[in-house]
Design a protein around this ligand. Structure first.
Ligand SMILES: O=C(O)C(=O)C[C@H](O)C(=O)CO
Ligand SMILES: [Zn+2]
Length: 275
């Protein structure tokens, strides 16, 4: 488990490109036959990737930084299949998942295993601290209502689906959903926002290998950018905008942890105030 320490916004101007990427961009999460995790001190969120080989399930092991006998002793978890299909076994119960389906696993589950039904299956993991146990539940991409947002004139036609939230799968603090850009649209989250009470992580996926997303981060008056590849994560502290433009359409899993679960508790930023 890799550790990322928290960053004060006044530190940002002094960071060069490599230092900025080392703090906020997570690369190489999906390695065949491995579970990889990164612990960010911002709201203590953990992002991870599990890439089991067919016939060789992988267990979610605890890690020394958690100081707990199981990964979920004091945490909750959401799993999204971003490539392929497979199943997640939670204390012996199998949950079959297709591409873009989501499984929520509540605090206290003892044994979590990821099994691939096909070559190249990738499970994205997002976990937050939890102080109450909620039932394990599945949200299927096809069954979740899509909220249509954006316009062709501003190149941001997209659909937002909320999987784990106050009116969907219940959790202690974790909130998670997925946004899918229409072909020809490139911008997400523009106009942007910050949310002082939550940290957010974006996992970009379904981006062809020869394309990139230019992700804007930083305080609204002093933005920086990260050039992001397919299946990489950007961690956004509460003070940071999080918005991107791709050289191609893409999808992303957005996930948050923090003080509240109110999706619309945001500080909107006018495009004209960005610098
Ligand atoms: O495209 C968008 O706009 C988003 O998906 C925004 C995210 O849902 C978000 O940032 C939630 O805080
Ligand atoms: Zn946000």
């Amino acid at each position: 488990m890799e550790i990322r320490h928290a960053t004060h916004p006044t530190q940002l101007p002094a960071l060069d490109t490599d230092q900025l990427r080392a703090r906020f961009l997570v690369e190489g999460l999906f390695a065949p036959g491995e579970v990889r995790t990164v612990y960010a001190h911002e709201d203590r969120v953990v992002v991870g990737g599990a890439a089991p080989l067919p016939g060789h399930p992988l267990a979610l092991e605890t890690a020394d930084p958690l100081r707990s006998s199981t990964f979920l002793a004091r945490r909750e978890l959401a799993v999204v299949v971003v490539r392929g299909s497979g199943s997640v076994l939670v204390d012996g119960t199998e949950h079959a998942l297709g591409t873009r389906d989501c499984l929520y696993v509540g605090q206290g589950a003892l044994d979590v295993r990821f099994a691939a039904a096909e070559e190249g299956t990738h499970f994205y993991l997002f976990s937050t601290p939890s102080h109450a146990s909620f039932p394990t539940a599945v949200a299927r991409f096809a069954d979740v209502d899509a909220l249509a947002l954006g316009e062709q004139a501003t190149s941001n036609v997209r659909e937002i689906r909320k999987f784990v939230h106050a009116d969907g799968i219940r959790s202690s603090q974790l909130v998670l959903g997925m946004t899918t850009l229409a072909p020809g649209s490139v911008w997400n989250t523009m106009p942007p926002h910050t949310h002082d009470r939550r940290t957010e992580a974006y996992l970009y996926f379904d981006l062809p290998p020869e394309h990139r997303v230019v992700h804007l981060m930083g305080e609204p008056h002093a933005t920086r950018n990260l050039v992001v590849r397919d299946e990489e994560v950007v961690i956004s502290p509460s003070w940071s905008v999080h918005s991107g433009a791709g050289t191609h359409a893409y999808s992303f899993v957005w996930a948050m942890g923090g003080e509240n679960q109110a999706y619309d508790d945001v500080e909107p930023v006018a495009v004209t105030d960005l610098r």
